[in-house]
Design a protein. Structure first.
Length: 194
């Protein structure tokens, strides 16, 4: 009888884990949109972790000036035709060393929304990195987007494999695991009572 309950718990646990991994992993189905990099680097004057969708010249000029206000002479703002294009930008924020980077990996249109997948790379423990404050960023241009845009950030490992991270889904996974453990303990106690 105990073996049956143990097997039930193990089966439930495996289903929970595989279901959670399936939910957490975003497989990128949809139509990929072409984009080109306008600027990407590790040093800029934008201090905070932020994502931007820009469809107007003044917003674009403001973001460009904020990004490069620490460069002399400041690079000229690239001309963008906002009737045909959208600017998408991601900033990783202030980091105390090198070894960090950010990259817009893909832009995917799925039904009534557009997902922007952004990869973040962190240095591994023991990596030799630049001992300087960095502010990694990536700015791209794509065809004009009028649908709602959702940014999805992923951690990228040293082999550029995406490790998806979504805190709400991690919480869901944890709750499912806790429910499985409570279920197992309840069954175990029920067996003892018989």
């Amino acid at each position: 009888m105990r073996t049956t309950y143990a097997m039930t718990f193990i089966t439930f646990f495996i289903i929970t884990i595989s279901g959670s991994i399936f939910i957490i992993y975003d497989n990128g189905e949809g139509d990929q949109l072409y984009f080109e990099t306008i600027s990407r680097g590790y040093f800029c004057d934008h201090m905070n972790k932020s994502d931007y969708v820009i469809n107007a010249h003044q917003e674009w000029e403001n973001l460009w000036n904020l990004t490069f206000s620490n460069v002399w002479p400041m690079p000229i703002v690239p001309t963008i035709n906002f009737t045909e294009n959208t600017i998408i930008a991601s900033y990783l924020g202030r980091k105390l060393t090198g070894g960090y980077s950010i990259e817009i990996i893909e832009i995917v249109e799925i039904d009534d929304q557009v997902n922007v997948r952004v990869g973040e790379k962190n240095p591994k423990k023991g990596d030799i990195v630049t001992q300087a404050i960095t502010h990694p960023y990536h700015i791209v241009k794509t065809n004009r987007i009028t649908k709602s845009i959702i940014f999805k950030h992923f951690i990228i490992d040293s082999n550029n494999h995406i490790i998806p991270f979504n805190i709400s889904l991690v919480i869901l996974f944890s709750l499912c695991t806790i429910c499985g453990i409570v279920f197992y303990i309840g069954l175990k106690n029920k067996i003892k009572m018989k």
